[in-house]
Design a protein around this ligand. Sequence first.
Ligand SMILES: Nc1ncnc2c1ncn2[C@@H]1O[C@H](COP(=O)(O)OP(=O)(O)OP(=O)(O)O)[C@@H](O)[C@H]1O
Ligand SMILES: [Mg+2]
Length: 237
Amino acid sequence: MTDNIVIIHHQELDYRTNEAYKTLRTNIQFCGDDIKVISITSCTPNEGKSSISFNLLASFVDIRKKVLLIDADLRKSVFKGRYKVENAEYGLTHYLSGQNKLDDIIYHTNIFNLDMIFCGSYTPNPVELLSHERFTNMINKLREEYDYIIVDTPPIGSVIDSAIVAKSVDGVIMVIESNTISYRFAQYVKEQLEKTNCRILGVVMNKVPMDKNKYNGKYYGKYYGKYYGTYGEKKQK
Ligand SMILES: Nc1ncnc2c1ncn2[C@@H]1O[C@H](COP(=O)(O)OP(=O)(O)OP(=O)(O)O)[C@@H](O)[C@H]1O
Ligand SMILES: [Mg+2]
């Protein structure tokens, strides 16, 4: 295990948003104790995968779960910049390319029980690296050490990286930004995921604009999400 890193995370989630993450967390727990390693994808860029990956794990930390965030978006990583992380030299690409040991890329953070694996240096071959057996071996080893592991991935509607990752995880969560994705496109993406034989745990509807009258005219809990039990079926909270 390498040095501790400091995550600067100023964003306090409001009450309703926290409640939404608690609901998502609880629904994941009710998927069964065999569901420990979850990847997060979407149809298109910018729908909220990385934000939800981090906040969901922070919510698991609140109930004393030991968690790991793996940044497997080898094409466009945001975590180091977003959380102002310094001195995390090695990452997933270093391990998958055989340059570093697994221990070199796992960082403890200043958030107790939350460890992170960053994506590492840029690689021209993300698909080849993610397809390497080292990725599956890593997941199988780490699932013994953590209660929950979230793997942040690129949008599956854009590149196949997420479909490759899906083969090594217990389930996939799709993030859909409200009012932006057509039903047909979401269906197409769902079929892509189903081809990996990975379990689709559900859909998180993100960036839901809330009705002005009801919620004081602003996004209800800027990071509010709704959780769909099984695809297309909405669960009442
Ligand atoms: N519920 C929300 N309400 C408002 N803004 C949000 C919400 N969720 C995410 N955002 C904002 O949307 C932008 C994209 O979020 P994020 O980086 O999490 O998306 P992403 O799906 O990981 O993007 P990419 O496909 O580029 O990896 C960020 O600026 C983030 O702060
Ligand atoms: Mg992202």
